[in-house]
Design a protein around this ligand. Structure first.
Ligand code: GLN
Ligand code: ZN
Length: 753
């Protein structure tokens, strides 16, 4: 036993799982067909892993939707309404992941949350007094047997109890410890059952251990695992961590009776140091040396050196986390070999594990020679001018002048907007017609002029509609973009795009992150012609619409040959050029979206500023620091969970920020009030993610709540996100309700004075 992986992608190289599951949802295929398709997918993955020489294969890393949900479901920790319904097991599972409406009643899906610092989302178990954890067999065992029958002896994987509780939501005021005894019994029963079925290993995923831990949490972990491991019999337990290091609990891990400990040597800043301080002779170190999150080739020489420095007696080579976060394979992509050879997607990472293992056994030196060649010379030529520009950046380049209050007065005069200005977040519904035209244009079936005329048509219609509806600040509608990162990347030098590099974002949804290949330069204006066209149609201000540098970086595969900070500054300068171009062309309001700003916030609070915000926030400021005082800068975020970094948000020094507030109650308003938030705010007055139309009453209530907490001169009124995924009719009705409520409330306010 020498090599393994934490987990493998499960959506299928051609996204077979997505398409099959969606067909099942639409009742186009039966459950039996879906199971057959997933069976074939799993077999093909297991075979691929085996063929590549990896000798310990995981199972139950597969999921129909999400692994954390799988764990809650396995232990039957689900609401009685679902558990006792006469739905099939599979449909009960899907009811939790996507909600249910039918003979068994109405059930709202469990919430979806971001998985640590990734763009993957898990389903958050909702636990209350009625919940009880019990093991009675289920998918983990079925899948183990399924693999065994096909000739693969696998290591079943499941979320550990600590992470399960750390990521669940507790209702009715109960505490996590309420579930300790039940969980202990459930995991014990699972261990026994898997051992009886022939498993010799089990992997418990405990990524929550890489966050800051309290003494109480450490004690809970120790007590729980001491009792659980006393019952393990012959079963060998691998405690798997990822996304960071285990500095708060490392010694405890060594003291407990685990057969293996999996550590992340890529993101775990202190992992090497911890292991060097001592490891246990009766344990196997599962060394996560192959990056499970990024797509570059491993640097063999460095890895071999690292491995040689570790005191562990037995080391299994592994990935830093599940390969779920990278696409299947680079193989079918059209890049030239010189480019392609630098990438390792999931399948190529399997090969890397095998090659590294050969090398550490002093076999196949040619693998090292070939790998060295990749790193002998810089992969890309640097853009000297750009590099010098970044080196020459001074503190003043990150500060907009004059200060916020002074700008505010100048903008009030220049823009002369009414009280409670109304606007939208940027995109309007992307109709089939637009999407079809874009596809046809890409395939050269229609000319650029034809395509652009269609887009202009849409812009014109929507500008007229917004004017007629009474919006104060208009948008062009973003009809020209499919995606807020890809569209920008396509106009930047230094970006690469895959045809098929899909990564699961949640359930059946995938994303195709572009790759930052080299130095980033704005090749040409990106959005200027659309904004200028829209502005030419109206007297009202049209907001320019850009994606911010931190979001572009966070939704791309970043470089590893330069720091993310430096890459972000390159992106910031590219977007700065676009901002200044828009301004020079008469655009008076510019919105720079940063919906992914919070995503890469370090998992340890102690690292938030030093490792991230201290450069991410200035990078945003660099984008707008050179604008004229009368140009109004907006930003947008798709969430309002920024109470804990509220100061940093204010330091972005935008003039206006819009964010989602309606779903997450109005707690954020209190926080804004408490810190005297200076930036003007547009808390979304309704949730665009659901297909319903908010009534005027609902919007008015929301607005009144906002006005109770925020001075009226500081309030903007808008939906909580862009409308591109909505239907045209519902979008228009919802927006009409906004303007009508606002004119009513304005009247009330002026009578009040
Ligand atoms: N301007 C973008 C839009 O309206 C913002 C999208 C987002 O926040 N994710 O679609
Ligand atoms: Zn949004």
């Amino acid at each position: 036993m020498t090599t393994t992986i934490v987990g493998f992608p499960r959506i299928g190289a051609q996204r077979e799982l997505k398409f099959a599951t969606e067909k099942y949802f639409q009742q186009k295929i039966s459950a039996a067909t879906l199971l057959q398709i997933t069976h074939e997918l799993k077999i093909s993955n297991w075979q691929k892993i085996k063929d590549s020489g990896v000798d310990l294969i995981p199972s139950n890393d597969f999921s129909f939707y999400d692994n954390l949900l799988d764990t809650a479901f396995l232990f039957n920790a689900i609401p009685a309404q679902i558990a006792e319904s006469n739905l099939s097991t599979l449909d009960k599972y899907f009811a939790l992941s996507r909600g249910y409406q039918g003979p068994a009643g109405d059930f709202k899906a469990w919430p979806m949350k971001k998985w640590f610092n990734t763009n993957y989302h898990y389903i958050e178990p909702q636990l209350n007094q009625q919940t009880s954890f019990q093991y009675r067999g289920g998918k983990i065992k079925d899948e183990f047997l399924e693999a065994k029958a096909a000739g693969y002896l696998t290591r079943p994987v499941i979320s550990g109890p600590f992470t399960l509780l750390a990521l669940s939501e507790f209702q009715d005021g109960i505490q996590p410890s309420y579930f300790t005894d039940q969980l202990l019994e459930a995991y014990t029963a699972l261990f026994k059952d898997l051992a009886a079925a022939g498993a010799d290993w089990i992997q418990l995923d405990e990524p929550a251990l890489v966050r800051d831990l309290s003494a109480e949490q450490i004690k809970w972990f120790k007590d729980f695992y001491q009792q659980l491991l006393a019952q393990k019999g012959q079963l060998k337990v691998l405690l798997q961590t990822y996304f960071g290091d285990t500095r708060d609990i490392y010694q405890t891990l060594l003291d407990l009776d685990f057969a293996g400990i999996g550590l992340d040597f890529v993101e775990g800043k202190q992992t090497t140091q911890l292991v060097k301080s001592g490891f246990s002779n009766d344990k196997i170190l599962f060394a996560g040396v192959i990056n499970g999150k990024n797509i570059w080739r491993n640097h063999y020489q460095q890895t071999l050196k690292l491995l040689a420095s570790l005191p562990a007696k037995k080391i299994v080579l592994s990935t830093s986390c599940s390969l779920l976060h990278v696409p299947y394979t680079i193989e079918p992509e059209d890049f030239p070999t010189q480019i392609k050879q630098h990438f390792a997607f999931a399948e190529e990472k399997l090969t890397e594990l095998w090659e590294l293992d050969q090398l550490r056994k002093k076999l196949h030196p040619e693998y090292l020679t070939a790998n060295k060649k990749l790193f002998d010379h810089p992969r890309v030529k640097e853009n000297t001018k750009l590099r010098q520009k970044i080196v020459a950046l001074k503190p003043a380049d990150f500060v907009r002048q004059p200060d916020f209050e002074t700008r505010r007065k100048i903008q009030q005069k220049a823009l002369a907007l009414p009280l409670l200005p109304t606007t939208t977040i940027g995109s309007f519904p992307q109709t089939k017609e637009v999407k079809k035209a874009r596809a046809a244009f890409r395939k050269h079936e229609i000319s650029q002029t034809e395509y652009e005329n269609l887009i202009k048509d849409y812009i014109k219609r929507w500008i007229k509609w917004q004017e007629a509806t009474g919006f104060d600040v208009l948008v062009h509608g973003e009809f020209e973009r499919n995606d807020m990162v890809e569209y920008f990347g396509q106009h930047l030098d230094g970006y690469l795009f895959t045809k098929n590099g899909w990564v699961q974002s949640y359930g059946t949804r995938g994303v195709k992150p572009p790759i930052i290949w080299g130095d980033v330069i704005r090749r040409e204006p990106i959005s200027v012609k659309w904004s200028v066209y829209a502005q030419s149609l109206t007297e009202k201000p049209v907001k320019g619409m850009l994606t911010g540098p931190v979001t572009i970086l966070n939704w791309s595969f970043p470089r590893e040959d330069i720091s993310v900070r430096e890459s972000t500054l390159q992106l910031a300068l590219a977007i700065q050029a676009e901002v200044l171009d828009l301004e020079a062309h008469g655009i008076k309001i510019i919105q720079i979206d940063e919906p992914a700003l919070r995503e890469k916030l370090p998992l340890r609070k102690s690292d938030w500023y030093s490792e991230y915000l201290d450069w991410a926030i200035p990078a945003f400021r660099l984008v707008h620091s050179k604008t004229k005082p009368q140009t109004q800068i907006h930003t947008h975020m798709c969430y309002s969970e920024f109470g804990d970094i509220i100061k940093a948000i204010d330091q972005m020094d935008a003039d206006v920020i819009s964010f989602e507030a309606s779903r997450s109650n109005l707690e954020i308003l209190q926080q804004l009030q408490a810190v005297h938030f200076k930036t003007l705010v547009g808390p979304g007055v309704y949730d665009i993610h659901s297909p319903r139309i908010p009534s005027k009453k609902e919007i008015a209530n929301e607005l009144h709540e906002i006005l109770k907490k925020i001075p009226q001169q500081n309030v903007w009124v808008n939906p909580d996100c862009g409308l591109k995924t909505r239907g045209e009719k519902e979008a228009k009705e919802s927006l009409l309700n906004i303007t009508s409520v606002v004119s009513q409330v304005r009247k009330e306010l002026s009578f009040g004075e």
